[in-house]
Design a protein around this ligand. Structure first.
Ligand code: PHE
Length: 349
């Protein structure tokens, strides 16, 4: 049997309890749970009081209902206040944790950069343009004549074996060397000639230092009284510009059918200054290109008087220069264009 005085006691008790619980609340989620505990219409503490109404004497029913209702309104208001407080607190802590520190250094935006081989190519063009060279770009598909025969390498010449060729037909092939450009230029232009011919070349080689496709930069100078010392002088300038002022060159005898004499050009190791290190395999020297004095037969094949004119030629492997410059030991790393590898190379710039 419920009655009014008992209800008033309970109401006071509920209010006290609610005040106490409110003190310890720390999130809107826990506030929601406590709200349910008190105000749920079926199972809530206040809701249950309403159910007791049945056993209240009828003359007290109106007053009883009013009291429970007041308690309900009071509790609902408290919870609204609590909820607002919790939300404010939560927002504050969110602001704190998400605060933007305007003094933090900005995130670096990554810029793209030219491929290392393109960089080397442009650098070389710059160096040789400074010496008066013009750029001539030949074609990647050549015929046998320009790639071999005119370069004093007729069919059955043993030097053809030096370059494993991709033939497209008995006559056409993928050029194995940019030297084919020498012939095109000398056929079209009368001396003095000073050209640089960069481009892709193709050979059926495949290992750590060779790939079936790589890039070369051909140089050709034809004029009166051109000698091997002009070649050495130009290449000295080239290695100093690319690898540093202290770098020097040395020429070693070699053989190419289209140059006579022919040389391999080494530069002093820029990593150890010539003392010997892993890069130069302990020799102090690094091979950088093949070159020579243009064979008279080649000049004559192009209708140039070899008594009046002489020439020099050189062929530089661009990937090789880039590998040395960036300390890369496998040509594939340059050609696969893996963005992580390229980024590392870019960082060294
Ligand atoms: N064409 C030669 C090669 O690919 C390099 C070279 C060019 C040598 C010019 C001498 C003169 O190996």
């Amino acid at each position: 049997m419920a009655d009014l005085s008992e209800l008033k006691e309970k109401a006071a008790q509920i209010k006290e309890e609610l005040r106490q619980k409110a003190e310890s609340l720390d999130s809107s989620k826990s506030a929601y749970e406590v709200r349910k505990e008190f105000l749920d219409s079926k199972k809530g503490r206040i809701g249950l009081l309403m159910q007791d109404m049945r056993s209240v004497p009828s003359e007290q029913k109106a007053e009883y209902g009013k009291t429970v209702n007041e308690l309900k309104v009071w509790a609902a208001q408290r919870f609204e206040e609590i909820d607002a407080k919790m939300k404010e607190r939560e927002l504050e802590s969110r602001y704190k944790s998400e605060k933007i520190d305007v003094s933090m250094p900005a995130v670096k935006i990554a810029h793209g950069n030219l491929h290392p081989v393109t960089q080397v190519r442009e650098e070389l063009i710059d160096v040789f343009a400074g010496m008066g060279f013009e750029v001539y770009e030949g074609t990647e598909i050549e015929n046998d004549y320009y790639n071999f025969t005119a370069l004093n390498t007729p069919k059955d010449h043993p030097a053809r074996d030096m370059q494993d060729t991709f033939y497209l037909s008995p006559e056409f092939l993928l050029r194995t060397q940019t030297s084919s450009g020498q012939i095109h230029v000398m056929e079209k232009k009368k001396p003095p000639i000073k050209i640089l011919s960069p481009g892709k070349v193709f050979r059926s080689d495949d290992d750590a230092t060779y790939s079936p496709m790589f890039s070369q930069m051909e140089g050709l100078v034809v004029d009166k009284k051109i000698t091997l010392s002009d070649l050495k002088g130009m290449l000295d300038v080239f290695v100093k510009k690319i690898y540093g002022e202290e770098t020097v060159t040395r020429l070693r005898p070699s053989y190419f059918p289209f140059t006579e004499p022919s040389v391999e050009v080494d530069c002093s190791c820029f990593a150890c200054g010539g003392k010997g290190c892993p890069l130069c395999k302990g020799t102090g020297w690094i091979e950088v290109l093949g070159a020579g004095v243009v064979n008279r037969k080649v000049l004559e094949n192009c209708g140039i008087d070899s008594d009046e004119y002489s020439g020099l030629a050189f062929g530089i492997g661009l990937e090789r220069i880039a590998m040395l410059k960036y300390g890369i030991n496998n040509i594939k790393l340059l050609l696969e264009s893996d963005i992580q590898v390229l980024n590392q190379i870019g960082d060294q710039e």
